[in-house]
Design a protein around this ligand. Structure first.
Ligand SMILES: O=C(O)CCC(=O)C(=O)O
Ligand SMILES: [Fe+2]
Length: 211
C-alpha cells in the first residue's frame, strides 16, 4: 500500500514511522483557486471542547465531511460527517491516486492567522485502525508542523506551503505527536485538509461512552 510512496519519495521520519512531503502537489494557480473556494464553500464551525470543566473554543475553525456512517471522534466529541462537496471529491480522487488508498472522510481546519493553532496530539483514534495513512493538504499561508518523538524527545519541523501534500503512514502515530504552533509571522489564512479512512465506527452507546 505504501510501497510506491517508499519507492518514489524519501521518508522524512528518522525512525518509527513514515512521513512523505510532496511539495506543490497542486501548482500555485490550482492551489489558489482551491484556497478561495474552500474558504467560501465549506461549512466552517467553531468547535468547543471541555477543559477542566469549562467549555472553550478551539483556536481554529473546522468542518468534517465524509461518507455516511464515517463518524469520528475528535476534541472529545462525536462528529457525523457532512456529505462530500464536488470539489472535495475531486481533491480526494487526486490524493487517492498518489496514496493508492481510498479515503472515506476529510477533516478540514482553517487557521485564520498565526494566532490559530493545533495542540500536540497523535491521530491514533481506534476508528483509524492500527497504522493509518493520513494525507494532509495545505493551502494558503506557510505554517510549521512540529513532530515530537515520544521517547527520545527528538523534534522534526516541517514547513507546509501552499499546495503541499504531507503523508503520514506506518507506525508514525504510535511514536510521534504533532502540533501546529502559533506564530507571529503568519498573517494570512491557511486551510488544511486531512484525508482519513475510518475503518470502524462506534456501534453502541456503550462503546462510544467508553472512549
Ligand atoms: O494543520 C495541520 O497541518 C495539522 C492538522 C492535524 O494534525 C489534524 O487535523 O489532525
Ligand atoms: Fe493530526
Amino acid at each position: 500500500m505504501t510501497s510506491t510512496l517508499i519507492i518514489n519519495y524519501r521518508n522524512l521520519a528518522p525512525r518509527d514511522g513514515e512521513l512523505y512531503l510532496l511539495p506543490a502537489f497542486y501548482p500555485p494557480t490550482i492551489a489558489d483557486s482551491y484556497l478561495h473556494s474552500l474558504l467560501q464553500n465549506l461549512a466552517w464551525q467553531t468547535e468547543k471542547i471541555q477543559l477542566f470543566g469549562h467549555w472553550v473554543s478551539v483556536p481554529r475553525l473546522m468542518a468534517w465531511y465524509g461518507d455516511p456512517g464515517a463518524d469520528y471522534r475528535y476534541s472529545g466529541v462525536d462528529h457525523q460527517p457532512l456529505p462530500w462537496t464536488s470539489e472535495l471529491q475531486s481533491i480526494r480522487s487526486d490524493v487517492e491516486t498518489v496514496c493508492q488508498q481510498s479515503f472515506n472522510s476529510v477533516l478540514a481546519n482553517l487557521y485564520r492567522d498565526g494566532k490559530d493553532s493545533m495542540g500536540c496530539h497523535a491521530d491514533n483514534e481506534k476508528e483509524l485502525g492500527a497504522n493509518p495513512l493520513i494525507a494532509s493538504l495545505s493551502f494558503g499561508e506557510t505554517r510549521l508542523l512540529r513532530f515530537r518523538h515520544a521517547r527520545s524527545r527528538t523534534t522534526l519541523d516541517i514547513e507546509l506551503r501552499h499546495g503541499d501534500l504531507l503523508i503520514m503512514a506506518g507506525a508514525l502515530q504510535h511514536h510521534w505527536r504533532h502540533e501546529l504552533p502559533k506564530t507571529r509571522r503568519a498573517k494570512q489564512a491557511r486551510i488544511n485538509l486531512t484525508f482519513r479512512r475510518i475503518v470502524s465506527t462506534p456501534t453502541s452507546p456503550a462503546l462510544s461512552a467508553a472512549r
